[in-house]
Ligand binder design. Structure first.
Ligand code: FAD
Ligand code: FES
Ligand code: MG
Length: 276
């Protein structure tokens, strides 16, 4: 059952859901696969937070197409058909030293529990969060609370520093201070360019891949990615991988596989058709 639902920014929502079994086991970096109704498609969403005492899990989602639009119509008291998880491997959290966490767009929700876990392990955490414009920024306070330093960027300069997240990332790498690891989460293109930025500096860079997923348990093969030339299933071998070893072109191509069907499905939804 949905316990609360709020709007964080235009088209971006946060939901707290009663799911005690998931809350009990959730760890930073894991995700759930949900179905909005009995005939709905399965979509993966990251576990943004959890409360083991309350038995609740928080998800943050952006309206991207039909299913996320449908999800955004639900409110407190409504129920989802299924909410399966926690899935995927948790993010590796060790005492690395200084870690730069980079979040693009709504992925700030994914980064917060990771940054918190890294800090609790004794790392110095420098966070960079970026969005297209000020109105799309949220959880700056939450990320700030779990970071030693926070840099905010907007593409249009309406808040924080004008520009994209790779610029302060490059400056940190060039500053001469020791950086032991970078973790970058956001749109695939942003993660690719973060990995490209860190590569010349030889700093290990973890990215959280978001290929299309169906079962989330390693059986359907839909989330196939190539890392260091080896086929991996992001749902069970990831979603975190070494960004320097990801075949980004393959990821982009596979993410576009069902664009026509997704477009058609959204058009039908907008015309008022409520069939899945
Ligand atoms: P559609 O129009 O169907 O799809 C829009 C685009 O989303 C597609 O072009 C495709 O690239 C992608 N997509 C579509 N179906 C799937 C699918 N079954 N699995 C993965 N990607 C798909 N989004 C959030 O807003 N918040 C999150 O916390 C979040 N966490 C994610 C964690 C993981 C591990 C992965 C793989 C994806 C995550 N996503 C998250 C992306 C989210 O799953 C897609 O935005 C969603 O499935 C889109 O569905 P739709 O029907 O609304 O849009
Ligand atoms: Fe089916 Fe990963 S989603 S194998
Ligand atoms: Mg869809």
């Amino acid at each position: 059952m949905i316990l609360s639902r709020d709007k964080l920014a235009p088209g971006i929502h946060v939901m707290r859901i009663a799911a005690p079994a998931v809350a009990r086991k959730a760890q930073a970096g894991q995700f759930v696969i949900i179905r909005v109704d009995e005939r709905g498609e399965r979509i993966p969403l990251t576990i943004a937070d959890w409360d083991r005492d309350e038995g609740s899990v928080t998800i943050v989602f952006m309206e991207a197409g039909k299913t996320t639009r449908q999800l955004a119509t639900l409110k407190a008291g409504d129920s989802l058909a299924t909410f399966a998880g926690p899935l995927g491997l948790p993010t590796e959290v060790e005492r690395f030293g200084t870690v730069v966490s980079v979040a693009g767009g709504f992925a700030v929700a994914t980064i917060v529990p990771i940054a918190r876990a890294l800090r609790e392990k004794g790392n110095k955490v420098i966070s960079i969060m970026g969005a297209r414009s000020k109105d799309l920024l949220f959880w700056e306070d939450r990320l700030g609370n779990v970071s030693d330093q926070l840099i905010v960027t907007t593409d249009d300069g309406s808040y924080g520093r004008k520009g994209v997240v790779t610029e302060p990332l490059k400056e940190l790498l060039e500053s001469g201070q020791r950086i032991d690891r970078v973790i970058a989460i956001g749109p695939s293109i942003m993660m690719k360019f973060c990995a490209k930025t860190t590569q010349p500096f030889g700093v290990k860079t973890i990215v959280s891949l978001n290929p299309i997923m169906v079962d989330g348990t390693g059986m359907c093969g839909c989330c196939r990615v190539s890392v260091a030339g080896v086929t991996k299933f992001a749902c069970v071998d990831g979603p975190d991988f070494d960004g320097h070893e990801v075949d980004w072109d393959l990821l982009f191509a596979r993410q576009r596989t069902y664009l026509d069907q997704e477009k058609q499905s959204l058009e039908l939804w907008e015309q008022g058709c409520r069939r899945p």
